[in-house]
Ligand binder design. Structure first.
Ligand code: GLN
Length: 541
């Protein structure tokens, strides 16, 4: 049987439960335990796939094609493991299951209620991963904040499962905020006391308090928190603001969190955590020898969490290139007239994934600017489609060339809806999702970058390159160098007459890890560094 760690949140949202869970997971993994992390989100959407990125940031896609919360990205990047559909559950999914069962008559005439039917379904899903892998420890992050109406069934299910299990099989870590009041120059414990009271009202006594804070928490404050929240003083853990999220595992280790957790779960400490690679990564990250400026062109830039995995991929790839990557968000709508005002001076331009027409013209201008000025260009998903539209309009001179996503009547649909999408009515969970194989042409730059010709990457799209137009593109050097072996769908476009002009239909950012940067991001940063170097030489001459 697996042991369970639940992470709840108090006082405010956005305290970084996902980072704490991922960091603790990393420490336990580094001691030799088999760990996985799951997240329960209290909203009614069945999954975050239908959510606008402005709501909760990026939608993270797993190997098996689940559209999930962005915290799963942190879990994968920290732990270097793959998660699945079972790792992210929403209230919507719980209710969907219960209501389908009710319609089937499975409840045999009983009144279906929050307790026990919804809570039973939550408990079943809490333990689902136990049957999927032989995990030693399953960390469960409960989304939302204690005290929210919508969190109540989860807390009730947690109370029940804790009662069902034996002592030492389940512990609860409550992540809370210790605010600093500038005027009185004090850290305040009262909001935490209240949030623990809220938890107690649901029948849950936290075992460990993890305290987010801007300042070091004194022994005296730890003492006070321990007394009022009914925990041992050593179980009050400081989670101080970090320079980078990747410092957090080490900061928590300093606070002995992993040891305390193992002690409470009645598990042996095994070896000291092996964090050699992690520490090396941090040293490199903090001591870059170079720097580059990358423009990230998109339409959701007011909330950069919409591009979380891309930003993290830049951190990984930059670090391994000993290069600080300064990413500047560029709003696509600003590039409609005089894009050079916003795009000059960058060493690389990335066009981000996205949906819908807003900012289309600006994105096309960005692709054109990068192509004509030999600036390293990387288009992801919609970014690749934009590069194709731009090439069709400005190089091939195809009148009105466009994607049918933006112009259903275009005379030249160079990007078109995939055949299997045509008759779909439901929007949720119906895109081309998850891992697909791609065969790369051996003589391409991409084959060099990956070091192989067969890859698997994750997808999330409805539209595709229209193969009818491929000969015209290839004649002018814009080559489809990667294709799906079964559907023949174009996965990678590479422009020959340019130092680095690459578009991919898939999302490489979902597979970049702290200890395993993605080769495409690595190559893009390298190209940006080369571009910068050449430009500097030119300016100095
Ligand atoms: N909107 C485009 C499509 O559906 C691109 C999607 C994306 O960038 N993830 O194909």
């Amino acid at each position: 049987m697996a042991k369970y760690i639940f992470v709840t949140g108090g006082v405010t949202s956005s305290l970084g439960k996902g980072i704490i869970a991922a960091s603790l997971g990393k420490l336990l993994l580094a001691r030799g335990y088999k760990v996985t992390i799951q997240k329960f989100d209290p909203y009614i959407n069945v999954d975050p796939g239908t959510l606008n990125p402005y709501e909760h940031g990026e939608c993270y896609v797993t190997d098996d094609g689940a559209e999930t919360d962005l915290d799963l990205g942190h879990y994968e990047r920290f732990l270097n493991v793959s998660t699945s559909q079972a790792n992210n559950v929403t209230t919507g999914r719980i209710y969907q299951t219960v209501i389908s069962k009710e319609r089937r008559g499975d409840y045999l005439g009983k009144t279906v209620q929050v307790v026990p039917h919804i809570t039973n379904e939550i408990k079943r899903r809490f333990r689902l991963l136990e049957h999927e892998g032989d995990y030693d420890i399953i960390i469960t992050e409960l989304g939302g904040t204690v005290g929210d109406i919508e969190s109540l069934p989860y807390l009730e299910a947690l109370r029940q499962i804790k009662r069902d299990l034996n002592r030492g099989d389940l512990i609860t870590i409550h992540l809370t905020l210790i605010p600093y009041l500038k005027t009185s120059q004090e850290l305040k414990t009262k909001p935490t006391q209240h949030s623990v009271k809220d938890l107690l009202q649901s029948g849950i006594q936290p075992d460990i308090l993890a305290c987010r804070t801007e300042m070091t928490i004194s022994e005296e404050i730890k003492e006070k928190l321990a007394l009022f929240c009914n925990v041992r003083k050593q179980d009050v853990i400081e989670a101080i603001d970090a320079e980078t999220i990747y410092d957090v595992p080490l900061l928590l280790q300093k606070e002995n969190l992993d040891e305390i957790v193992l002690e409470k779960l009645l598990l042996p400490k095994k070896k000291n955590p092996d964090l050699k690679n992690w520490k090396e990564f941090l040293t490199k990250f903090k001591n870059p020898k170079h720097n580059v400026r990358i423009a990230l062109v998109g339409k959701y830039i007011e909330l950069m969490d919409s591009y979380k995995s891309i930003l993290e991929s830049f951190i990984h790839a930059g670090t391994y290139n000993e290069c600080k990557v300064n990413v500047t968000p560029v709003k696509a709508e600003n590039l409609i007239t005089e894009p050079e005002n916003f795009l000059s001076g960058f060493d690389g331009i990335l066009i981000a994934p996205g949906f819908g027409e807003r900012g289309l013209e600006g994105k096309i201008n960005a692709a054109k600017y990068a192509r004509e000025n030999n600036i390293p260009f990387f288009g992801i998903c919609l970014g690749m489609q934009i590069a194709v539209i731009e090439f069709a309009q400005n190089v091939l001179k195809f009148a009105g060339a466009n994607s049918t996503e933006f112009d259903t009547k275009t005379p030249n649909p160079v990007i078109d809806l995939m055949q299997e999408q045509v008759n779909l009515i439901n929007k949720g969970g119906t895109m081309r999702l998850g891992l697909y194989k791609c065969i790369i042409k051996p003589d391409s730059m991409l084959a060099d970058i990956y070091g192989k010709t067969e890859i698997e990457e994750r997808h999330r799209h409805r539209y595709e390159f229209n193969n009818k137009y491929l000969p015209s593109f290839e004649e002018k050097g814009f080559m489809a160098v990667g294709k799906n072996p079964v559907s023949n769908l174009v996965e990678i476009m590479e422009y020959n007459d340019h130092p680095f002009y690459i578009g991919v239909q898939y999302h490489p950012e979902y597979k970049s890890r702290v200890e395993k940067p993605h080769p495409l991001f690595m190559a893009f940063i390298k190209a940006a560094m080369n571009h910068k170097e050449k430009n500097t030489v030119r300016i100095n001459q």
